[in-house]
Design a binder for this molecule. Structure first.
Ligand SMILES: Cc1ncc(COP(=O)(O)O)c(C=O)c1O
Length: 495
């Protein structure tokens, strides 16, 4: 065992090379013992036999999702479990995620700051989960660094604050982006947008054209759309970006719970520079998420957020900062989100992304086939070729208001959908054919916001029976919504 003086131990601690418990031991003994993980004392008596470990599959996962059978009061006072078709917004918790969080709370301590065994254990979990995230994204710490963030929105804002150096920088985005991957750039520099086609797919040739015509610094694109579910060929976009000397940022918020994703492409130029996602969209409702970036990129930039945890030493007039990832993580970490994320990754991988994709395809197909036969309906996106979609289906009626319909679906049938423009207004206006004048009218509309679509978005636990039930009640819900509309104030041309 190597010996270490107090000063060196504290220095190594500050650099994050050794854990606080190890530093403390070194200060006391002049040695660097391995931090001994302390397992919680579960109480005396004969230990209960360990239950056989559960194997999670697409067929049994519904049994391990919190709240699916929870009766919810409907408008008429009856109670029934909700059908949750709003998983693109957020996903319910997995039972194993909650169990893991509960168990880790027994040894909960401050991360990287405490001098206690519990602090060591929590710090260890916090750090090793970074490797799990990297592995989940098909890579390792050899090339990439995982930085924890609060949400995808937080991560994209941090990236924009770190990467944009001048208002004259040019960022290439697409018209299919969520506001979280549009406004952080738009508010800092010039953004040029690749168009989508009439079905809503990103036009790759437009990306190439814009890259040729502009000195683009960063290309940013969603991996999957929260409006149409289209999956982007981000490795193709990465190749285009790199050939033009640009970096690529991928908004992974809608892909992580639906498809296996790899930072590495088939060839080096196809690999992704930065990827961002939220943990709450993958069955762990404690906030959190991550930016995964090329290590040399992450080390070369830092977001404009500072505070505790980011520094080695601060004097009256100078500051010595830590390296990434700490430099990107100012403030006390959200440990429980990291614990939940690690477990959610384990479960999703065990269920398997092939099985998840196949399941979503089945649900998408059934829903779309059922919807297209309804009178006066518009189903957005491609209704024939759907293998490039995650589980998201959006639609509209020419004679029913989307808000009134969504309210009726929830109040009378306990079906949770989402309606509106889903924080992707430019994309939704394109798909629905809303004009500039109508958009301006919409901004002034204060009583009933009526433009947009209804969205059904699937999670791994939704069933074909739920889709059948939805299709069965939809005609009645539409008729009732038409009645409801008589009580609402008209306020835009689409009403
Ligand atoms: C495609 C996409 N990007 C980014 C976000 C932002 O995610 P969060 O609200 O978790 O920050 C969302 C949220 O719906 C999304 O769908």
């Amino acid at each position: 065992m190597a010996t270490l003086d107090r000063r060196s131990a504290l220095k190594l601690l500050a650099l994050g090379v050794i854990a606080p418990g190890a530093a403390l031991a070194a200060c006391a003994n002049g040695t660097t013992p391995e931090p001994a993980p302390v397992e919680p004392d579960q109480g005396g008596g004969t230990p209960e036999p360990e239950p056989a470990p559960v194997s999670y599959t697409i067929d049994n996962i519904r049994d391990y999702v919190v709240g699916v059978d929870e009766p919810i009061a409907l408008e008429d006072g009856t109670k029934q479990p909700q059908i949750c078709f709003d998983n693109a917004a957020t996903t319910p918790a997995l039972v194993p995620v909650l169990e893991e969080v509960q168990s880790r709370l027994l040894t909960y301590g401050s991360i990287g700051r405490g001098f206690s065994p519990k602090s060591d254990i929590s710090t260890e979990v916090y750090y090793t989960t970074r490797d799990k995230v990297l592995e989940f994204l098909g890579t390792s710490s050899e090339n990439y660094t995982c930085v924890y963030v609060n949400t995808a929105t937080d991560g994209l804002n941090k990236l924009a604050s770190a990467l944009v150096e001048s208002p004259d920088d040019i960022v290439l985005a697409t018209r299919a982006e969520h506001h979280a991957n549009d406004l952080p750039w738009r508010n800092r520099c010039k953004v040029v947008y690749a168009e989508v086609d009439e079905k809503g797919r990103i036009i790759y040739e437009d990306i190439e054209r814009l890259l040729t015509e502009n000195d683009v610094k960063i290309v940013t694109v969603t991996a999957a759309s929260n409006v149409t579910g289209y999956v982007t060929d981000v490795h193709r976009v990465a190749k285009m970006a790199h050939e033009h000397g640009a970096k690529i940022v991928v908004d992974g918020a809608q892909i992580v719970a639906h498809r296996a994703f790899s930072m590495e492409g088939g060839a080096p130029e196809e690999s992704i520079d930065y990827f961002v996602f939220s943990a709450h969209k993958m069955y762990t409702p404690f906030g959190g998420g991550a930016i995964v970036g090329r290590t040399e990129e992450i080390q070369a930039h830092a977001p404009r957020f500072w505070g505790g945890g980011t520094v080695l030493v601060v004097s009256d007039d100078w500051v010595e900062y830590k390296n990434a990832p700490e430099l990107w993580e100012a403030g006390s970490p959200n440990y429980l989100s990291v614990v939940g994320l690690g477990k959610a990754i384990d479960v999703l991988r065990e269920v398997g992304f092939d099985a998840i994709a196949e399941h979503e395809q089945r649900l998408n197909r059934k829903l779309i086939d059922g919807l297209v036969t309804q009178p006066n309906i518009i189903v957005y996106g491609d209704t024939e070729q759907i293998d490039d979609k995650v589980g998201v289906v959006t639609f509209n009626y020419s004679d029913v208001n989307t808000m009134v319909l969504a309210l009726r679906l929830a109040a009378s049938y306990g079906i949770a959908t989402r309606r509106g423009a889903f924080c992707a207004h430019p994309y939704v206006w394109r798909l629905t054919g809303v004009t500039k004048e109508e958009i301006e009218g919409f901004a002034n509309c204060t009583d009933v916001n009526t433009m947009g679509m209804v969205r059904v978005s699937f999670g791994i636990y939704n069933t074909e029976e739920e889709v059948d039930r939805f299709l069965e009640i939809l005609p009645e819900a539409v008729e009732r919504a038409k009645e409801d509309m008589k009580h609402y104030i008209r306020c835009d041309p689409q009403y």
